[in-house]
Design a protein. Structure first.
Length: 201
């Protein structure tokens, strides 16, 4: 009887440890889970958030913020506008750099994450569906997902999260991050403000 009691206690202890670890150890696949509408919360100076909108064509300036996802906080990240044809003062495309102010800082192994504003995709699905096709075909694909963005506790809009194509991407997909990595440049710098307002995005 004593042995059975000890066994039950041991099993209960193992279950509690597994539950605790399972609740804490989030993975990058959880972050880009296409079946879940995520919530990303940024806390930053209200003045900086306004500057980001006012200077939406300035993609080089990073504003300091705290990033929160599922209770996990990454302090002092860099937030900047991004895009070319999708540049917009109302709903800016956003880049989040986890190591901009803290050298070597990562979130689930990511150095950065992209938040797309859908300005060039009225369906809100083009990139996500394309990546699912690539995945089914066994081709290298960029992880994507959807998230509601909150800034200083206020809901901003729906965004598409996209995995950055960087050295980590090359290493995890091809096993090698050496050589050249090119980024295409192009698009139209129109703000498409009226289109964005009419679609309510």
């Amino acid at each position: 009887m004593q042995g059975n009691g000890m066994t039950r206690i041991l099993k209960l202890g193992i279950l509690l440890v597994v539950a605790a670890v399972g609740g804490w150890a989030q993975l990058v696949t959880d972050f880009f889970d296409a079946a879940v509408l995520q919530e990303i919360r940024l806390t930053m100076s209200a003045a900086d958030w306004q500057k980001l909108h006012d200077n939406y064509t300035d993609k080089k300036t990073n504003y300091k913020a705290d990033f929160v996802w599922r209770g996990t906080t990454v302090a002092s990240v860099g937030v900047h506008t991004r895009g070319t044809g999708s540049l917009n003062p109302i709903k800016p495309g956003i880049g989040i750099e986890f190591d901009k102010f803290v050298t070597g800082q990562r979130f689930l192994g990511l150095q950065s994450v992209i938040l797309r504003n859908f300005l060039e995709d009225p369906s809100v699905l083009h990139e996500s569906l394309t990546m699912r096709v690539f995945e089914r075909m066994g081709l290298p694909f960029q992880r994507t997902g959807f998230a509601k963005l909150y800034v200083n506790g206020v809901y901003v809009a729906l965004y598409e999260m996209a995995e950055p194509i960087d050295s980590r991407f090359l290493l995890t997909r091809f096993g090698d991050d050496s050589g050249y990595l090119y980024e295409a440049q192009g698009g139209d710098r129109k703000s498409h403000t009226s289109e964005l307002q009419s679609r309510g995005l």
